[in-house]
Design a protein around this ligand. Structure first.
Ligand code: PEP
Ligand code: MG
Length: 543
């Protein structure tokens, strides 16, 4: 038995045969070659890769939604990136070498450069560069299948998995992923979570030491993998898998049921999503709406701002998918941990307290107005609401309202169909809490962002793993603030929800109901669990 700890990036338990997936290590030889002929070969390989990626893109979109497809769209962009291709071409011409050698050299150089970056997100892009380079090399050398061949449901163990490899796997046959490298921010981890497959990264296992016929237990809750488990561990895993299945099955019974306490107090249970592909999970888990659509993810993993049309399509699809149920789109909350190069945000000493969220929108109004136009247009197609993040003052809300009016007028003047939907703000700064009485006069609803509210109230950086002990969302100060916000909202006749992680904290469900919170918005997988708790509560104590 060999037990190895790693980082859990997707929860759950799995037990099955191990399949070791070794990326094809192509022996790329350096040869002297004619530059013109090699440039033409490179061009053909690139065209072939484009076709392959477009096919992958369609498959990803069909099976897992737009967000997954965007991973391959990003690969297509790398494939057309001038710096990447230019460097390959330069090596072919100046060193007079074969195309595969030039591709391999540049791929290694670029991916190492990304891997050495401090930022986890950029680090994770290293795998994308490697992926695209090995695709080109394979096309140049006469490609073979890049798909791990799984004949039965298996635990897949690899040095690393590229998004393409992950995407091309037969989902019915992968019980879990275990990788030596990779990070929680990698696309592979994102895909694992979307697929609902337990996954561990950063597992220091020697792949050479694993052999065919071996079994493994992946414990995505404890973050460990056990190779060659003892009979006892196998039995434990089987029982845990059974319990997980049973829990899921029982929770399914709550689908279509009301989120109401035994004594008749209702609460709305909605889903937090970041991509259109999460909508499926939201619907599958019977979300009563989308309480938070983190729209900034639309702006990430790309080279330039999404156009008004692109955004309009996503927001319209979201509204239509929910078929009359409410979809709250939060406007761009970029900055701090959420970055995109093309925003050209300066490095800051205190990014969480820096140029982020609504501040960017109010300073760079062209970006904001593009999003508002898309939102007002999409609102025609369903029950869409808009929510503004990181608010600290009444003045900000007034300024937003002016911009919204401008946008509405422009659209109407141009006879573009639009609708002014319900608008609310996030309460996630202590300042917003303290002036929530005045803010409530200006908006249609509040949604409390307990993640940031905790960080700003307790002065604890939510990104800093070392401060985990100090990050206490149950702190009295936070609970009192929530209570205060609810009271101020209700006094002015507006509803109030919670969309931070605390909304899914089952220990607090009763507290929130007693406070009068109207809506809880959580990860889709938590909705039925919260509903279960709600339905067992009796707040009156009479029944
Ligand atoms: C929050 O701060 O609680 C919140 C929901 O927003 P985010 O986690 O996206 O900052
Ligand atoms: Mg926040």
């Amino acid at each position: 038995m060999l037990k190895i700890a790693g980082k859990s990036v997707s929860k759950g338990t799995a037990l099955g045969p191990v399949v070791v997936w070794k990326q094809q290590v192509r022996n790329v030889e350096k040869k002297t070659a004619d530059s013109q002929a090699e440039t033409a070969r490179l061009k053909r390989a690139q065209e072939q890769a484009e076709v392959q990626l477009q096919m992958l893109c369609h498959r990803a979109e069909r099976e897992m939604g737009k967000a997954s497809a965007s991973i391959f769209e990003a690969h297509l962009m790398i494939l057309q990136d001038e710096e990447y291709l230019g460097t390959i071409g330069h090596i072919i011409r100046t060193e007079k070498v074969n195309a595969e050698y030039a591709v391999w050299t540049v791929g290694e150089r670029f991916s190492r450069m990304f891997a050495d970056m401090d930022d986890d997100y950029m680090k994770a892009r290293s795998a994308d560069i490697r992926d695209i380079s090995s695709r080109l090399v394979e096309n140049l050398m006469g490609g073979e299948s890049r798909r791990p061949d799984l004949t039965e449901p298996s635990v897949l163990v690899a040095e690393d998995l590229s998004p393409s490899e992950t995407m091309q796997m037969d989902r019915g046959k992968v019980l879990a992923f275990v990788t030596v490298h990779g990070s929680a921010a990698s696309h592979t981890a994102i895909l694992a979570r979307m697929m609902g497959i337990p996954a561990l990264t950063g597992v220091p296992v020697d792949l050479e030491g694993l052999h065919e016929g071996m079994t493994a237990v992946v414990d995505g809750d404890q973050g460990q993998v056990i190779f060659d488990p003892s009979e006892e561990v196998r039995e434990w895993a089987k029982a845990k898998i059974q319990t997980e299945r049973e829990k899921k099955r029982l929770l399914q019974k709550l689908k279509g049921k009301e989120s109401i306490t035994l004594d008749g107090k209702r609460i709305s249970l909605c889903a937090n999503i970041a991509h259109m592909s999460h909508m499926e999970a939201a619907l599958e888990n019977d979300a009563e709406g989308v309480g938070l659509f983190r729209s900034e993810f639309l702006y990430m993993d790309r080279q330039d701002f999404p156009t008004e049309e692109e955004q309009f399509q996503v927001y319209r699809q979201a509204a239509q998918a929910m078929d009359g149920k409410k979809v709250i789109i939060r406007t761009l909350d970029m900055g701090a941990d959420k970055q995109a190069d093309y925003f050209k945000l300066e490095k800051e000493e205190n990014p969480a307290m820096g140029y982020r969220g609504i501040r960017i929108c109010l300073k760079q109004t062209d970006i904001f107005k593009t999003q508002l136009r898309a939102l007002l247009r999409a609102a025609v197609y369903g029950n869409l609401s808009i929510m503004y993040p990181m608010i600290i003052s009444v003045e900000e809300v007034r300024k937003i309202q002016e911009l919204v009016q401008e946008v509405q007028k422009e659209l109407e003047d141009n006879q573009i169909p639009c609708r002014l939907p319900e608008q609310g703000i996030m309460i996630e700064t202590p300042a917003a809490v303290m002036v929530s009485d005045e803010l409530a006069e200006l908006v249609d609803f509040f949604s409390i962002g307990t993640n940031d509210l905790t960080q700003y109230t307790l002065a604890v950086d939510r990104q800093n793993g070392k401060l985990e002990d100090f990050y206490q969302p149950h702190h009295k100060a936070i609970l009192r603030m929530i209570q205060m916000v609810v009271e101020n909202a209700h006094k002015r006749g507006i509803w109030v929800g919670i969309c931070g992680e605390l909304a899914a904290d089952l220990e607090l469900t009763e507290v929130f109901l007693r406070m009068g919170v109207d809506e809880l918005s959580t990860a889709p997988s938590m909705i039925l669990k919260v509903r279960e708790v709600v339905r067992e509560l009796n707040l009156s104590g009479i029944l």
